[in-house]
Design a protein around this ligand. Sequence first.
Ligand SMILES: [Zn+2]
Length: 262
Amino acid sequence: MSRLSSFSPSRAFITAPARELGVADHPVFQALPLEARQRIEATGRLQRTQSFGRALAEHELHFVLNGAVGLFPGAGDICVSLVPAGAVQGWDRALWPTSPGPVAIPLVETLLFSTPAASILDTLGRDWLTRLVMLQAQQRLRGLEAEACCNASHAVLDRLAKWIVRLHEGSAGAPLHITQAQFGQMLGVQRTSVNVAAARLQALGLVRFGRGRVRILDLEGLRAASCCVAPAASLADRAAPVRAPESKSFLQAPESPLRRIA
Ligand SMILES: [Zn+2]
């Protein structure tokens, strides 16, 4: 999964209830220079979005505090990437406001802190942002390659299980309000194919589907049934502490946090 410019969030961040989170808790925000943080706080706002609600505004930078956002290359197309809690969507909009990008849609109830992308350009600088976006593009490409491979070669049941695990982890275990039709949209398959796979996962006792909700009954079993999902141990890696930078020059330092963007 492409993490799209997130620093490793702490376990406390991953598991914190959404109502207690603010942008100051976001690991990428914490690693930004003071001037940028002040600008973002002054110009941004918290917003809560519904599952499969409106697409995120393209001219804004979105710090995902809780939940998960899916990237769709075109309206109604397959979901190619996930922007989970702890990641940021839209750095490229600050550099190239009018260039076409994927449509970003919240896949579950999601808490965001959103700020006009243009407002960070002068505080972070064009060079800094260009390097960040280049790194992000490399990661995104690797993620897209893996996703294309998964879509072409793995069964719908395995991929459905994968997305349920991803969304569960991306949204810190919050209830998943997603219909089987919406899963069909994410997987790029017919709803009937999702119905068959969902019935099988349910018969295996791994999940229960009902009224647009998904309840996970056996997370480890679901993980075992899914393809392309990182082992649970990787959560420990994600809990690595984030070292805040001391100045705007932190991105040039040999131990730059930028190198840790994963
Ligand atoms: Zn796969």
